[in-house]
Write a protein that binds this ligand. Structure first.
Ligand SMILES: Nc1ncnc2c1ncn2[C@@H]1O[C@H](COP(=O)(O)OP(=O)(O)OP(=O)(O)O)[C@@H](O)[C@H]1O
Ligand SMILES: [Mg+2]
Length: 245
């Protein structure tokens, strides 16, 4: 089942002389349980694409279907609700709240959605355990490594049982071992928990964890690759494609 379906999505920023076309006619589908990576040079529109799909910004033209909802037809209030319930966000710099511990950070979206504190903490603790952090539930972000902080962020993203996880350079601030762990966890998010995962990355090795890679240039999809070999073959294929861009 398609969780995301964009149709000729375009985004223009600014006006007059300052006009920037950040996205141009992007049509992209991501299915349940599918892990898709987005690659392309700086400024090609990767974050813009994630922001539009995530309902953080509105497109200039085109449509976005998210799990059956046409985002462009939703009021701001309903869009906020859909965003909170159906999408989990993972960021490069984790965006955890420093004064809250791991379980409180992971419970936050549930509390914001009206769940009682005890139930929210219990659900968050379960997700922390699933991402391999059961020993660190009462640690604050500054007591965790970068890879552990990102796993808290992934637990937070999954706590609301979203249909879609959006990750913008989730390994951009991690060393290579932690990057592999986080990419492997996103693989598990798709395989085991059957979420659709859309991830932006600059790293061919990390992109090779995905099922499919979409290459953006100047706001348009210029190529796609389906990966079904070994991770090593995948990474080489991606490097070749990136060089050819
Ligand atoms: N709020 C904004 N106002 C004006 N221009 C913007 C805005 N956001 C992005 N842009 C422009 O849109 C284009 C695409 O930006 P975007 O952030 O999507 O690129 P990106 O592929 O994520 O780049 P990077 O790899 O550096 O993160 C760029 O030219 C950028 O300057
Ligand atoms: Mg970006």
């Amino acid at each position: 089942m398609a969780i995301i379906q964009t149709n000729n999505l375009s985004k223009v920023y600014g006006s007059g002389d300052a006009v920037v076309t950040a996205l141009r006619d992007v049509s992209l589908t991501v299915e349940t349980g599918e892990f898709v990576a987005v690659m392309g040079p700086s400024g090609c529109g990767k974050s813009t694409l994630l922001h539009l799909i995530g309902g953080l910004d509105r497109p200039t033209a085109g449509t976005i279907q998210l799990d059956g909802d046409d985002l462009s037809r939703l009021s701001d209030t309903r869009l906020t609700e859909v965003r909170r319930r159906k999408i989990g966000f993972v960021f490069q710099f984790f965006n955890l709240i420093p004064v809250l511990d791991a379980v409180e950070n992971a419970a936050l979206p549930l509390i914001l959605d009206g769940m009682k504190l005890a139930a929210a903490r219990a659900t968050a603790a379960e997700w922390l355990q699933r991402v391999g952090l059961d020993g660190q539930t009462s640690h604050r972000p500054d007591q965790l490594s970068g890879g552990q902080q990102q796993r808290v962020a992934i637990a937070r993203a999954l706590a609301t049982e979203p249909a879609l996880v959006l990750a913008d350079e989730p390994t951009g601030n991690l060393d290579s071992r932690a990057s592999d762990e986080v990419a492997g966890l996103l693989r598990q998010v798709a395989d085991e928990w059957q979420r659709a995962v859309l991830m932006v990355t600059h790293d061919p090795r990390i992109a090779a964890y995905a099922d499919r890679i979409v290459f953006l240039k100047d706001g348009s999809i210029i190529d796609q690759a389906r990966l079904n070999g070994t991770p090593l073959e995948g990474a080489q294929l991606v490097r070749d494609k990136v060089e050819a861009l």
